[in-house]
Design a binder for this molecule. Sequence first.
Ligand code: BT5
Length: 327
Amino acid sequence: MDTRRALLDALADGPVSGPALADDLGVSRAAVWKAVEGLRDSGFAVESTAAGYVAPDDPGYCGPGIEFGLDAPYAVEYHDSLPSTNDRARELAADGADGVAVAADEQTGGRGRLDREWIAPSGGVWVSLVTRPDAPAARAPLFTLAAAVAAVDACRAVGVDAHIKWPNDVLVGGRDGDAGDSAAATGRGGRKLAGILTEMEGEADRVSWLVVGVGVNANVDTEALPPDATSLAAEAERNVSRQRVATTLLDRFHALAGTSDRMDRVLPAWRERASTLGRRVRVDTAGGPVVGTAVDVEPPGALVIETEEGTRRVHAGDCEHLRDADR
Ligand code: BT5
């Protein structure tokens, strides 16, 4: 482990004596001092007190600020602005990175699925995680579902009751009886808070790298967003801790998908948070629309729909929640 990360971990447990830490790690005092300065330069304002170094009360939304609250073994690379955190993560992946999360305050060329645009002004949580899972490519959709679960839990951690629309939209409102929805928002299953873009490279039998990009509209003005999108700040009526959102997101993802033996927890966790199951839906697939009642999700992420012609399984497509009268 590097000195900087060891210092961050030690700061989580209380004041840190520089000389004692240098002894523990077997590094020079100058190396510890350099690590302290490095954290300060990155926006994590380590204080010097009589008892030793102390972490700031508010770690802030910066690389070390996110790492400070993180249980998952990920390093965080933070940028004020990037075209797309997924693009930067792909560069790191091509250089062999594993377990690195790229975060940016704003993206100027954010991407959705199918080359759609993702609007990502300053104030959001725009994060892309590079991992090298020991899994066949066919299981990749499970990682997207795990990211949707993690994103829902991150929104709930700051008090916003999010849910998932198959396969990977994180929404708020739009369920029967939810107050304050426009008809359009209800048709779409709710107001969109977050989206996920998974990209990977590998052979059929093994993923080489996986980049899971998650965009959460955290402290973003809804005027900047498409109609029927919303933000955590708008829903909570106050700014939320982006550090809390990002650390919950990464920790929950790691807990569900960090090692392949845990992946059997993904679908049950997804079902618990989904608003699509039990609903009448229309999924526009490459082979045409499929209309019916969504009854389950099956490995690695297919939606099972009971239609008038029998049971259909769809693997990809845009899903609309229908009101019972719509056919
Ligand atoms: C998604 O695509 O929902 C995936 C979005 C992934 C964004 C993250 S941010 C970090 C990482 N870096 C990137 O460059 N991307 C990832 P899709 O299901 O195709 O939805 C895209 C559609 O959502 C657009 O066509 C708009 O209608 C709408 N949209 C765009 N920006 C939005 C926003 N900020 N909030 C809600 N909806 C938005």
